[in-house]
Design a protein around this ligand. Structure first.
Ligand code: ADP
Ligand code: MG
Length: 529
């Protein structure tokens, strides 16, 4: 940052027109963000720029403000072209641009796949100064000659790394080569892979490199926690965390569309308000999901990386990596959905015992340490649910919402007292109808007796381990202080009951340690049956 730019504190300091200032004030922006302070002054002076900044740092205004200031509202020609990776982003950025340009007399038109092209053609014909779209659809319009780039003065590549990942490199190049050479080009990207640098070398002229926070990739205010959870226990683990944390608005990331559908379905079956978001949905379905999510009618959005790319959803309290992302860069993109515009957030990552290498890579690339969390016990999550159900029961009574069940209660009262009936009904409501058949105690896979948790150790008789040795490992290496329960040694493995509150600690300190020349695996045991 130069001396002059460090002095910039307010939007007024940037020397913006009264039209833009009024619009920004209405949007509730109090002062420019770091990226905006850095990029707006040189961008206003027509410099080409490469801006690297994490998601949520305010890049949209960083390029829209200079665009609005530099264009001529009287000229009804396309003077600015913004390329971005997804239709959601096109809609979102166009919305934000519309608000910012409210008093500048500039028309912004989004063009993206999934919307009838005729409507876009009409909108373009009407005369737009700013076109915001995905490379594929922009190409389409260029081929039909329904869009001309002859008068483009500013071209923007937003989320350039994402566009690259989505295979838009050729489209981007072809589009840029059709815009006048003497234009200004602004490139924004959360990461700077070599292909982006090459693209910049070809299409940007003597660009300034700006980076809002050069060596830390993640947002500082985000609390990052990981849990070791075997694949088969993920749903149960997630439910417990959701019960205890009760996030208001959360995004859950899965790796595949199928996993998204399955998880959203499973969560709904468990009584959460969850919706799926992925590329197979129609545009209407996606719009509906996004609307419900923004209006707070959906608390959990289950999504693939692609579907959630660049979406600006504010107030996300939790991001869950139900499945690990493909790369550390994706991790940064994912957790950037929370903690937006300086607010704190929580990122929770599930790591299976086989995925520790990926976890280390994430930590190395992002230069942060994820804190290991211990899962809430079944009791803790049930306690939380019990707290919540009181209010719900009262509400049903107030609304007289259960009158049709009263004859049934009358019948049951002949056999049991009111307290026992009500308690049984609550149990069925919280633990499911299936819980009627279960005995207390065998409900959770890895639940041992008396507050212990059953763990699986990958060593057994064949490795000549003795109960004494296991106990020694627990007390010396894992510092277990509570009472150890049953230890059952089999040929190749051993079940060990450890105090539940110390189970995660045992896994953390013994898993992958070297015992008798073999790499020890320690994990939660499966259900008995
Ligand atoms: P990015 O493109 O860097 O991911 P966005 O431009 O989508 O970030 O901005 C993230 C959020 O922050 C949006 O809701 C936006 O309205 C808000 N925002 C941007 N600039 C400011 C500002 N100066 N003050 C307050 N909020 C802002
Ligand atoms: Mg953005």
């Amino acid at each position: 940052m130069t001396e002059q730019e460090t002095e910039i504190r307010t939007f007024e300091d940037l020397g913006l027109s009264k039209f833009v200032l009024a619009a920004i004030r209405e949007m509730g922006f109090e002062e420019p963000t770091a990226v905006q302070r850095m990029t707006i002054p040189p961008a206003l002076k027509s410099r080409d720029l490469i801006g690297q900044a994490q998601t949520g740092s305010g890049k949209t205004a960083a390029f829209m403000i200079p665009i609005l200031e530099r264009l001529d509202p009287r000229l009804k020609k396309v003077q600015a072209l913004v390329m971005l990776p997804t239709r959601e982003l096109a809609i979102q950025v166009a919305e934000e641009a519309g608000k910012m340009g409210k008093y500048s007399g500039m028309r912004c038109v989004p063009v993206y796949g999934g919307q009838p092209i005729d409507r876009q053609i009409r909108a373009l014909r009407f005369g737009a100064q700013v076109v915001i779209g995905t490379p594929g659809r922009i190409q389409d319009h260029l081929q039909r000659s329904t869009l001309s780039l002859e008068d483009v003065r500013v071209a923007v590549l937003d989320e350039a790394d994402e566009m690259l990942d989505m295979g838009f490199l050729e489209d981007m190049e072809s589009i840029l080569s059709k815009a006048p050479v003497e234009r200004q080009t602004l490139l924004f990207s959360a990461t700077m892979p070599p292909e982006i640098k090459r693209l910049a070398q070809r299409f940007l002229r003597d660009p300034l490199h700006l980076s809002a926070n050069p060596d830390r990739m993640t947002v500082e205010q985000i609390t990052q926690i990981y849990y070791e959870v075997p694949e088969r226990d993920k749903l149960e683990a997630l439910s417990r965390i959701l019960d205890v944390e009760s996030p208001k608005v959360a995004i859950l990331f899965c790796r595949t569309k199928r996993q998204v559908d399955e998880l959203a379905g499973a969560l709904e079956a468990r009584g959460y308000r969850a919706e799926a978001l992925h590329g197979d949905l129609s545009q209407q379905q996606r719009d509906r999901v996004m609307r419900q999510f923004k209006e707070g009618k959906v608390e959990l959005l289950v999504a693939t990386d692609v579907a959630a790319r660049g979406l600006d959803i504010s107030n996300v309290s939790h991001v869950f990596n139900y499945a690990l992302p493909q790369s550390p860069e994706d991790y940064v993109h994912r957790i950037g959905r929370t903690g937006r515009a300086g607010k704190g957030g929580i990122a929770i990552t599930f790591v299976t015992p086989q995925e520790y290498r990926d976890l280390h890579l994430i930590q190395r690339v992002t230069k942060t340490t994820l804190k290991r969390g211990s899962l809430p016990t079944r009791e803790q999550s049930l306690d939380k649910q019990k707290e919540n159900i009181k209010e719900k029961v009262k509400k049903v009574i107030d609304n007289q919402g259960a009158l049709s069940y009263e004859p049934l209660v009358m019948e049951l009262l002949k056999e049991a007292d009111a307290g026992a009936i009500a308690a049984a009904a609550l149990k069925l409501a919280l633990e499911g109808l299936g819980s009627a058949e279960r005995n207390p105690g065998d409900e959770l896979a890895a639940q041992g007796k008396d507050g212990t948790t059953r763990l699986f150790f990958s060593i057994g008789r064949e490795h000549r381990v003795s109960p004494q040795e296991i106990i020694r490992m627990l007390s010396e290496n894992a510092q277990v202080s509570g009472k150890v329960g049953e230890i059952r040694i089999f040929d190749r493995f051993t079940f060990v009951e450890v105090p539940s509150e110390e189970a995660e600690k045992v896994i953390g300190s013994l898993h992958r340690s070297n015992v008798k020349g073999t790499r020890l695996n320690v994990s939660h045991a499966r259900a008995r049956n």
